[in-house]
Design a protein. Structure first.
Length: 162
C-alpha cells in the first residue's frame, strides 16, 4: 500500500496509526516548527501587505525570490523523497498521486475566490497566525473568516462537483 498526497484522501476520516500519540505532547514538534516558521516569515517580511503589493505591481523581486526558492525547495525535497523511496510513519511508501486537470474550471473559480479574499484582507491565509502573533490583532477577524470558509467547504464538499 502507498501513501499518496491526494486531496481525495481527506474525504474519509483516517484512524490514527497504532501507537501514534494524539495528545498535545505529540503535537509539540509541529507547534515548534510552526513557531519557527512564523518567526522566519515575520523577519523576512513576506507576511506584510506592502511586500505583496510590491510583488503584484512588479516593483520588487523580494517575493518572487522567496516564492521561487520555496518552489525549488519543494521540487528538490520531493525528488529526494522519491529517490530514497521514503516511507510514512505507518510504513507506506510516499508517492504523488497523478492529477487529472480536465478543463480546470474549479481551479479558475477557486483561484478567483482565493484571490478576492486575499485582496480584501491584504493577507495570504498562510501567515495569518504569524500576523496575529506579531501584534496585528485585526487579523483575528480574517483568521476567523478563513476558518469559517474552510469549515463551510468541508460541509459542502460532498455536494460540490470535483
Amino acid at each position: 500500500m502507498t501513501a499518496t498526497l491526494s486531496p481525495r484522501a481527506a474525504v474519509a476520516p483516517v484512524a490514527p496509526a497504532r501507537g501514534s500519540e494524539t495528545t498535545l505532547r505529540g503535537l509539540a514538534p509541529y507547534v515548534l516548527v510552526g513557531i519557527a516558521l512564523g518567526i522566519v516569515m515575520v523577519k523576512s517580511e513576506v507576511i506584510f501587505w506592502y511586500r505583496i503589493h510590491e510583488m503584484f505591481r512588479f516593483e520588487s523581486f523580494h517575493m518572487y525570490g522567496v516564492l521561487g526558492s520555496a518552489f525549488l525547495t519543494a521540487l528538490l525535497s520531493l525528488r529526494v523523497l522519491q529517490r530514497l523511496s521514503a516511507r510514512s510513519r505507518t510504513g507506506e511508501t510516499v508517492v504523488l498521486a497523478p492529477k487529472e486537470m480536465r478543463r480546470g474550471h474549479r481551479y479558475w473559480a477557486g483561484g478567483a475566490i482565493f484571490g478576492t479574499g486575499w485582496a480584501l484582507c491584504g493577507a495570504c491565509p498562510g501567515p495569518l497566525f504569524a500576523l496575529i502573533g506579531s501584534g496585528r490583532t485585526v487579523y483575528v477577524v480574517t483568521a476567523i473568516a478563513a476558518l469559517a470558509g474552510t469549515w463551510t467547504y468541508g460541509v459542502l464538499r460532498p455536494r460540490l462537483p470535483h
